[in-house]
Each structure stands twice: as structure tokens, then as C-alpha cells.
Design a protein around this ligand. Sequence first.
Ligand SMILES: [Zn+2]
Ligand SMILES: [Zn+2]
Length: 281
Amino acid sequence: MKRIEFDDSLVNLHCHSHYCGHGSGEVEEFVQAAIDAGMKILGESEHCPVPDGHYASTRMPLGDLDSYIEDSRDAARKHHDEITMLCGAECDWKECYKTYYEDTILGSKALDYALMSIHYVVDENGYDVLVVHNRDNNPKFLSQYTDRYIKGLESGLFLFGCHPDLFGMMYETWDDQAESCSRAIIDAAKALDMPLEINGLGMMRKIQKSEDTSKSEDHMYPIPQFWEMASASGIRTVVSSDSHHPEDVAGKGRKEAEKFASRFGITPVKVSIENGHPVLI
Ligand SMILES: [Zn+2]
Ligand SMILES: [Zn+2]
């Protein structure tokens, strides 16, 4: 049987409902919004809980995992003739969670796919620092972010790497280090044939006019210099909304991210479903 391939524009695999801890809306409302927008594949990807409760303030509680899966499966059954609904997770990479992601999230809990992100770095006292809340331009944090991001890609567990240039929130200057870290992430993605994401939520994170930054764009990320390099290297690319509310599934951020991709001559992947799992082509 010929496999059906959908344009990336008809697919969204990066969404967060109320389950993620800082989003809103029921899973059912996200599916409905995707159907209304004419999409063919929708994947929820809540911020994945971890067994030691780490990152609890910004994550789905572990105790909600089963009802999240149940809600997603219910919505998938209810709407199966209108859309393919998948249940996924966005996972913060840390070596110590590798077995859990592999054996529990993708194993016994049988989620359909997992995405990889780095939202945190660790300071000299061992405390987590949220990338989006730190504006120190700290070169050590940028190196750490880059190393972790590449290790996450290398784990082989994930469908694609989310917002690789999220570091633009904490390291605002495009300098030699920003360039070499970007180069390292892009080279790793290329060598592993791992797609990276142009993120619609970043398009909506506007820079305040009063802020003094060297950025040429009005948003924090995606970073144009990063995607210029990514485009030249020929890596595979996904565009997602990273929506945290149903109305954003196919909203302004997503559309701006699509325009951003075409500015750099980037044609996003096509997406197919094999044995219930998304495959990026
Ligand atoms: Zn989030
Ligand atoms: Zn996300």
C-alpha cells in the first residue's frame, strides 16, 4: 500500500494543553482547532514529567500522565475519520532520564513519539536556570546548552529537536561563540539526519522596543543567522506552532514561522504515519 505523505503545513506535532502546567485548553479543543484549520495530523506533546519531580513548576505532574494519555486516545478514536491524533511528549534532555524516556514514555506508556528540548542550564551552585528567564549572555551557559542539545540529538530517542536556537533568549549577541555553537548543533543534526524545528512560539516572543539588543529581527528566536547556516547545510526542518492554547494551533506564530522558513529557502519535511508513529520524510 502506498504510504500517504502530508505536507508539513497540514501537520502540527508540537502542542501543549492545560496538562503541560502552563498551557490552557482540553486536548479535545486542540483536536477541534486542528480539524477546523484543515490539518491532517495533530500531535500533543506535553512537557514530559520525570520520576524525581524535577522541573515540577513547569511540567505535567507525573500523576497526570495516564489521564493525559487517556484523553488523547479518546480524542483520537472520536475523530479518527477526520484527523490522525497522536500522543507525544516534549522531553528535556538529561542523561539520567534516558532509560525512563526509552522504557517508560516510549516503552510501557507507549507514547507515539517524543521531541527533544533544552529548557534549562545549571548554574555554578547546581541550580537549574530556565533559558527563557536568563538574560546574562553567559558564555558558559551557551556551551552547556550546546553540549546538552547535541547529546539529546545523539540519544536516538527523538523525532526532532525543538527550537535549537532557544539560546537566543539567554545569549542575545550573535558573536563567534553563538556562531560556533550553532554550527555544532547543525553539524550534529546533519550527521544524525535529525530534523530541527523552526518554532512558531518564538516568532511571537517579541523584543521590547526599549531593549538594547543586537538582533535584527523583532522576535527572540528563530535566529536568522542560525537558519541561514541550517539552510546552507541542507538539514531537514520542521515548522511547528508550539501552541499552548487551542487558538494558536494554526495561528499567527505558526504562519510567521512558515514565512520565516521560506525566507531562507527552507522546504519543511513531509510527514507520514507508520504503525501509529509519525515519520518525517
Ligand atoms: Zn511550554
Ligand atoms: Zn513546547
